[in-house]
Design a protein around this ligand. Structure first.
Ligand code: SAM
Length: 472
């Protein structure tokens, strides 16, 4: 029985509820009266339920789709402005005891080189990431209690935060590791992590079990209930995601929103972010072996609908996607992107030989961080290296309050400009500096509060003189 507040995976992600939702959506996909009323409801910016959003996902009416895209753009603009937060993944280890059939790190892959960064390697990798200009990382690791126990992850986080190279610093470490215990989530919280990210991969239990035939990740309920344990462990920024291509996208979309509704109902705060990865080619993985791949149009539709259904949730896109796809979905709701990413263990400090590659998947967008930053600004966005909210304790519902009170322009906007200025001073190419300084000059005038505006201008001058790390 479906119960949004239940702590049992099979009740808050109830299979029958999803099936009924999909039938309801299919039956109403041409019901323009209902569709118009749902679009009107979404305009109130309070979100949509999984059922309501599923009807819009089923709708194929071109005019209505254009309306949905326009609304997604408007909500993005109103809630997030033109800021795009930058980050990079850091792969710690590809040792893994799971059998995920879409991932080349699965335990039966005998030819992929297995690598694990030592603390000295981490210093080299993080120094290289700091030299690119990164301030925010997402650490990634396979699941292996012997090679990658929680103590290794905690020690690595400590090392990452301790590295201060030139003007560089990693100020927020997000963590994407396998589902674990409340006790371990508490330890991660104490280590000062930002968001705990865990992709569900698929919400379809039967498929999930086939796609994860063995290893601890085989346990659907343990995996699906991980975010509840993370919240119980005190982590209040959690990041959801499904790996599109594994199951029918309409099923995944409903499941994803049900998961968000569950977190909101039980903990009073929904997910901090939603990621939208699609399966990519990898060492012994061919994406065409999976029948549920989605085209770019459908992908854009999903992004727009997530944006209007959960307006307060950040959305992340990685370098799995090409420049063209990233450009398209940025305006529809994406608020964070990675740049200059490597998906191999140890790829930042030293290029790997091709036959020695430990990569998790092929990266589509291979541009440098400087190129990505420059491109974003040419498109009218402000690349932001801000990590202030989490460092000021504005996580979970406190961050949502900021968003809901529309204080973004007095807080996130100046923080974005100040951290961009640091990037321009320390790491950018001449072209990027020129475009960036012009952008900052224009954008600083948009800060509504006069005191904040004056302070931001003062700080920008101080950054030019070499002082770092200002925040509101
Ligand atoms: N090992 C951790 C776990 O089990 O959740 C998470 C880290 S894993 C490095 C990060 C994510 O990469 C996975 O959750 C999966 O969705 C994604 N991934 C795995 N194989 C992929 C592929 N071939 N293409 C695209 N993404 C993939």
């Amino acid at each position: 029985m479906y119960n949004v507040k239940s702590m049992k995976a099979e009740e808050f992600i109830d299979h029958n509820e999803i099936e009924e939702t999909l039938s309801y959506a299919e039956a109403n996909k041409n019901n323009l009266k209902l569709i118009d009323s749902l679009i009107e409801k979404a305009k109130e910016r309070k979100g949509l339920s999984h059922r309501e959003a599923s009807v819009l996902l089923a709708c194929e009416n071109k005019e209505r789709l254009e309306e949905i895209y326009a609304l997604a753009r408007q909500i993005k603009e109103d809630f997030y402005g033109n800021r795009i937060v930058m980050f990079a993944p850091l792969y710690l280890s590809n040792y893994c005891v799971n059998g995920c059939v879409y991932c080349p790190y699965h335990g039966q892959n005998k030819h992929i080189p297995r690598k694990k960064l030592t603390q000295e390697d981490i210093v080299k990798e993080v120094t290289a990431l700091q030299d690119m200009g990164h301030k925010r990382l997402a650490i990634e690791s396979g699941e292996d209690p012997v090679h990658n126990p929680i103590e290794y992850i905690l020690e690595s986080i400590k090392t990452i935060y301790s590295i201060k190279h030139k003007n560089g610093a990693i100020r927020r470490v997000n963590v994407n590791i396998a589902a674990t215990t409340v006790e371990n989530y508490k330890k991660l919280k104490d280590a000062g992590i930002g968001t705990y990210i865990l992709f569900q991969e698929t919400y379809h239990k039967e498929s999930y079990e086939k796609l994860h035939p063995w290893g601890p990740k085989h346990d659907y309920c343990y995996h699906t209930e991980a975010m509840d344990r993370a919240m119980q462990g005190g982590i209040d920024d959690v990041g959801l995601g499904v790996l599109f291509g594994l199951e029918l996208y309409k099923y995944e979309f409903a499941g994803l929103l049900m998961h968000a509704e569950h977190l909101e109902a039980v903990f009073g705060v929904g997910p901090h972010t939603i990621s939208v990865p699609r399966i990519k080619k990898a060492d012994d993985i061919n994406p065409t072996d999976f029948d549920n791949g989605i085209d770019d149009e459908t992908f854009a539709k999903i992004c727009a609908l997530i944006r209007i259904s959960v307006p307060y949730t950040g959305m992340i896109i990685s370098t799995r996607e090409s420049k063209a796809v990233r450009e398209k979905v940025l305006s529809l709701g994406i608020s964070q992107i990675s740049g200059g990413s490597k998906t191999s263990v140890g790829g930042y400090y030293e290029e790997e030989e091709e036959d020695e590659s430990s990569e998790q998947f092929d990266v589509s967008d291979k541009r440098t961080l400087d190129e990505v930053v420059c491109w974003l600004m040419e498109l009218g966005y402000i690349p932001s290296f801000c990590t202030a909210c989490y460092r000021e304790g504005r996580t979970g519902d406190r961050f949502m309050t900021l968003l809901k009170n529309k204080q973004i322009l007095n807080c996130c906007h100046p923080n974005a400009l100040m951290t961009l200025k640091e990037f321009l001073c320390d790491y950018a190419s001449e072209k990027t500096v020129k475009i960036g300084n012009e952008l900052i000059k224009r954008e600083v005038e948009k800060i509504p509060n006069e005191t904040v505006k004056a302070k931001a201008k003062e700080n920008l001058e101080k950054i030019e003189k070499g002082i770092r790390d200002f925040r509101f």
